[in-house]
Design a protein around this ligand. Structure first.
Ligand SMILES: [Zn+2]
Length: 253
């Protein structure tokens, strides 16, 4: 789609990213994502409308609460900007011109962002996100022209989900059931062999990331390493560049 439409999509992505921050923060605590309105996590100060403008208010406030001066995490604007970039690029690449397809793609990218952040924080991938991802992925396969066909979606979800479920039966420390549900959802959305490439990228970047985190002592070696953020990274890379990766791979033989 055109550059103006893509920029507009990016701005929508930043605004939705602001809502995703609320989801990421509140859903693991079992709190409502609607009430109460956004407030400072430290002092409870209710944010006024101008303090809610994504990214800009963070910059103007220099990352501090107006009431208690407590630092606001840089992760809030980061997630807003990241979601904006994802929407911009997804709109730019959407050659089908289908708004339904684009909406589903936005959903896919954002729900993965939410899952990555929640897994990073809490070492869990809630069913409330992974199961709809799987369902929507299979439905999109059957009803939308882009991406894998419905049967391919279903077969890939069952195939990769099943294989990794069996691996956890043998080696339970490696992965949780949440990871398996996420892998099945990625299988449904990406199809075969794209889902396998995403899992391969996840394992590769996960090993490097794990070593980096240990060497910077961000976590101790006894802490579990969340696999979800790396699965999400792999899925994004394959979503945007999967065809390029496959044609590069085929050109080698
Ligand atoms: Zn405050």
């Amino acid at each position: 789609m055109g550059v103006e439409f893509s920029i507009l999509s990016g701005i929508v992505g930043v605004i939705i990213g602001s809502f995703l921050n609320v989801v990421i923060y509140r859903v693991p605590q079992g709190k409502s994502i609607v009430f109460p309105g956004s407030h400072c996590a430290a002092c409870g100060h209710n944010l006024r409308p101008w303090e809610l403008v994504p990214v800009l208010s963070f910059l103007i406030l220099k990352g501090r609460c107006t009431q208690c001066q407590e630092k606001i995490s840089w992760r809030y604007p980061l997630i807003e900007v990241l979601n904006g970039c994802l929407y911009f690029y997804a709109a730019w690449l959407n050659k089908s011109g289908s708004f339904l397809q684009l909406g589903i793609n936005f959903y896919f990218l954002s729900v993965l962002l939410v899952l990555a952040a929640i897994d990073w924080d809490t070492y869990s991938l809630p069913d409330v996100f992974t199961l709809p991802l799987l369902g929507v992925g299979i439905m999109a396969g059957f009803f939308l022209p882009q991406g894998p066909s419905g049967w391919e979606s279903l077969a890939t979800a069952l195939g990769v989900g099943g294989v990794f479920w069996m691996i956890t039966r043998i080696y339970p420390e490696g992965m949780g059931l949440g990871d398996i549900k996420l892998i099945a959802g990625l299988g449904a959305f990406l199809g075969f062999p794209e889902a396998l490439i995403a899992i391969f990228i996840a394992s590769f970047t996960g090993s490097i990331g794990g070593l980096l985190i240990l060497s910077f002592k961000k976590r101790s070696y006894r802490d579990p390493i969340p696999f979800g953020p790396y699965l999400v990274l792999g899925a994004w890379i394959v979503f945007f560049w999967g065809q390029d990766i496959l044609s590069f791979y085929n050109s080698l033989f």
